[in-house]
Design a protein around this ligand. Structure first.
Ligand code: GAR
Length: 198
């Protein structure tokens, strides 16, 4: 078997998707986690990753103000040092510049809480309820310069139930995210880009 692919995971919050990915990357897996990085030093996922013995980095975006490129240069320095083959965005809530994206294009994945191409951007659960959708879900896609617009590598569906609040629906989708993202990464790490449907 070839060397496992090196995976860096970018988070902004609790990191439940990060944990699902890390837990799946056991000895039989074609990839392994080499870094968990966050744009918020208080992101709960950093401590959870450190607790699992994974290297972590915090690059606070706030001192950089509106200078996204400068923030990304600082983030890139930490990323490059970890020599990742694949970057997984897992609840990473900063918009990335085309310059950063092109550096990693074809090797960067994101999970988004909607059935893309529906509901790019924020507040996806509320928007699905408002629209009266019978189904909602999540997508893992390759990251391209178009926001939430790259090729879809997997989707999982859930029903929207009568009386659902956005939080109810988010919780139902999140359970599926934790199945979908590891399943896609497992395939992607072997070079297989065929979409997965759950
Ligand atoms: C997840 O639901 C993820 O799909 C979403 O943020 C949450 C992060 O949760 N991502 C986006 O909205 C990206 N636009 P987690 O930190 O527990 O994985």
């Amino acid at each position: 078997m070839s060397d496992p692919k090196r995976v860096a995971i970018l988070i902004s919050g609790g990191g439940s998707n990060m944990l699902a990915l890390v837990r799946d990357m056991g000895p039989d897996h074609p990839a392994r986690p080499v870094l968990v990085a966050a744009n918020d030093p208080a992101a709960g996922g950093l401590a959870r990753a450190a607790g699992l013995g994974i290297a972590t980095a915090a690059v606070d975006h706030r001192p950089f103000g509106k200078d996204r490129a400068a923030f990304e240069a600082a983030l890139s320095a930490r990323l490059e040092a970890a020599r990742p083959d694949i970057i997984c965005l897992a609840g990473f809530m900063r918009i990335l510049t085309p310059g950063f994206i092109s550096r990693w294009e074809g090797r960067m994945l994101n999970i988004h809480p909607s059935l893309l191409p529906k509901y790019r951007g924020l507040h996806t659960h509320a928007r699905a309820i408002e629209a009266g959708d019978a189904e909602h879900g999540c997508s893992v896609h390759e990251v391209t310069a178009e926001l939430d617009g790259g090729p879809v590598l997997g989707q999982a569906r859930v029903p929207v139930l009568p009386g659902d609040t956005p939080d109810d629906l988010a919780a139902r989708v999140l359970e599926k995210e934790h199945l979908l993202y590891p399943a896609v990464l497992r395939r992607f790490a072997t070079g297989d880009r065929r979409p997965i449907r759950l």
